[in-house]
Design a protein around this ligand. Structure first.
Ligand SMILES: NC(=O)c1ccc[n+]([C@@H]2O[C@H](COP(=O)([O-])OP(=O)(O)OC[C@H]3O[C@@H](n4cnc5c(N)ncnc54)[C@H](OP(=O)(O)O)[C@@H]3O)[C@@H](O)[C@H]2O)c1
Length: 338
């Protein structure tokens, strides 16, 4: 197959590229040329996605079977994608997120109630749009009008160009710009005796995915015709945060323990801004049954590779807004002494 990827050179994209090339497909990347990655033999078309239409004749000459959009964030991105590729390719695959579900709106305090889990691809979506618009800092600098619900709606309602949606969980691994393991690993490598978690966070269950596995899942959704007009999500079997941090510690050789404590043990001015009564995990049966997906890197190995990469890249730190549940060392010591 001839495949064009919009993006493809940062975190998840390179793993998609490697799987597709290994499967024998021809890959072209469309990006600005700012982000470099170690990649197998691929073609590059350099440009800004804001001007996708200007590259139409170049795209046409590539005889594309499928276009993957790794960086479709807004309704207008999605419309631009369809305008640029209608009549030029047979299918588009768009990378979405588990943040489309109503459960995520509950976590953010933007929706009421508690959603029953696990989530399936047919679970209710958020009714409140633009989840990050009022946040002073947005993870990965996504635009204020970021809304994957609208992206999906535009892509899946186009009759002339069938779409596939892959909703990703919290992705971790090599080259993770959020360095999701770093706050825990830092504490472990600093030989802290304990990592203190609020008990509601310790028992919170979410879906994660290791980047090499996620890249494989996307490659299957691209190359399998059964994926036409289908929505998939993907994720490892869920664990609680306490189990997950303990597992990371075990693999990292940490001798300390994860301690979970009730809110009253925490400083009175310490407030966690999310609703942890709501878990956030998926049932990924659909992609496993329809596309034959399973994790090609087992969990222990995935964590081992991520720990090694995180240790080798100490300058890539998780942004503070992504880990507001962890205490500073002095506060943590004081809490433990009570
Ligand atoms: N990380 C997670 O936990 C997570 C969770 C759920 C969903 N997701 C989804 O995963 C996707 C992101 O994956 P990724 O960052 O790993 O993607 P990626 O494809 O590896 O990297 C981003 C790419 O976009 C290119 N790019 C950025 N701005 C561009 C522009 N204006 N025009 C053309 N190219 C541009 C960059 O190259 P240049 O800099 O050279 O242009 C780079 O190749 C997003 O859709 C995100 O919502 C991620």
């Amino acid at each position: 197959m001839k495949i064009l990827i919009i993006g493809g050179t940062n975190f998840i994209g390179p793993f998609v590229v490697r799987h597709l090339v290994t499967m024998g497909h021809g890959v072209t990347l469309f990006h600005r040329g700012n982000t470099k990655a170690e990649l197998p033999e691929v073609n590059h078309v350099y440009g800004d996605r804001a001007q996708l239409n200007d590259y139409k004749s170049q795209f046409e000459s590539l005889s594309l079977d499928v276009v993957i959009d790794m960086i479709c964030y807004t309704e207008s991105d999605a419309r631009m994608l369809l305008n640029a590729f209608k009549g030029i390719t047979r299918r588009v695959v768009v990378i979405s997120s588990m943040d489309v579900y109503r459960a995520y709106g509950v976590i953010l305090g933007q929706e009421s109630g508690v959603v029953e889990l696990p989530l399936t691809e047919d679970s209710a979506l958020r009714s409140s749009l633009y989840p990050f618009k009022d946040m002073p800092q947005r993870a990965l600098n996504v635009p204020a009008d970021y809304e994957k619900i609208l992206v999906e709606r535009v892509v899946m309602s186009e009759c002339e160009l069938p779409g596939t949606i892959v909703r990703l969980p919290m992705v971790y691994g090599i080259n993770d710009p959020l360095s999701r393991l770093s706050p825990y690993l830092q504490r472990m490598d600093d030989k802290r005796d304990a990592i203190v978690l609020l008990d509601s966070i310790a028992k919170w269950r979410g879906s994660y995915g290791y980047v090499e596995n996620i890249g494989y899942a996307i490659a299957l959704a691209v190359t399998n015709e059964k994926a036409k007009s289908r929505i998939y999500h993907v994720g490892e079997p869920e664990t609680s945060e306490q189990e997950r941090v303990s597992k990371i510690g075990e693999i990292a050789g940490w001798k300390g323990k994860v301690v979970s404590l009730p809110q009253e043990k925490f400083p009175s001015d310490w407030n966690f801004p999310f609703n942890t009564e709501q878990d956030w995990f998926v049932d990924s049966t659909r992609i496993r049954q329809e596309l034959g997906y399973s994790e090609i890197v087992p969990l222990e190995e995935a964590l081992k590779r991520t720990i090694q990469w995180t240790r080798n890249h100490p300058s890539i730190q998780m942004q503070p807004l992504v880990a507001p549940w962890l205490l500073d060392y002095a506060t943590e010591d004081a809490v433990l002494k009570q």
